[in-house]
Design a binder for this molecule. Structure first.
Ligand code: ZN
Length: 188
């Protein structure tokens, strides 16, 4: 068991794209275990490897709640192969302690990845569920994208960040998402 230090917003490596995993080695399995230990210890629902300083394309998720049994999911070299609809979502991130703000997300996604044994799988998450949003959030980390880049209101986001003594929104990283804007307007 190894709980790692989570890098906070402002750390340059959080903005770096991560590299593909070539082999699901013992080292990768240890990394995955450390990621779960770190995520559970911090009461998170997802964690991406770059958040503990490892720029590899791996993230873990567990969306179980309350007394439900744990549902640990591992995604190695994930690719979102289908996305549609749009939804607004209050999100936070373990790299932004206590700071929550509204962001735009796709409602439905399909992701292809390798599991912890290196076996390929496809997963569909629909209706803007926590899992659907979480997959997008964690997948973004692997490309150096952070949830505030999807903010619906950057002034509101700046306020929240300042309240939590975090650096302001990085305007150059804000995403232009006409597809999501259109879907939101049409109520899809
Ligand atoms: Zn995050």
């Amino acid at each position: 068991m190894a709980v790692k230090k989570i890098l906070t917003y402002g750390t340059p490596s959080l903005r770096e794209p991560s590299k593909e995993v070539h082999k699901v080695s013992a080292k990768i399995k240890t990394l995955i275990q450390d990621m779960f230990d770190t995520m559970y210890m911090n009461n998170g629902v997802g964690l991406a490897a770059p958040q503990i300083g490892v720029n590899l394309r791996v993230f873990v998720i567990d969306c179980s709640t309350g007394d439900e049994p744990l549902k640990p999911l591992v995604f190695i070299n994930p690719k979102i192969i289908k996305k549609s609809g749009a939804t607004l979502s209050q999100e936070g991130c373990l790299s932004f302690p206590e700071a929550y703000t509204e962001v735009k997300r796709y409602k439905d996604v399909m992701v292809k990845a390798l599991d912890r044994n290196g076996k390929p799988f496809v997963m569909e998450a629909k209706d803007g569920t926590l899992l659907a949003r979480c997959i997008q959030h964690e997948n973004d980390h692997l490309d150096g994208i952070l949830f505030i880049d999807h903010t619906t209101n950057r002034f509101e986001a700046d306020k929240v960040l300042a309240e939590h003594k975090l650096p302001p929104v990085e305007v150059e990283n804000l995403l232009d998402e006409p597809e999501l804007d259109e879907a939101l307007q049409n109520g899809k």
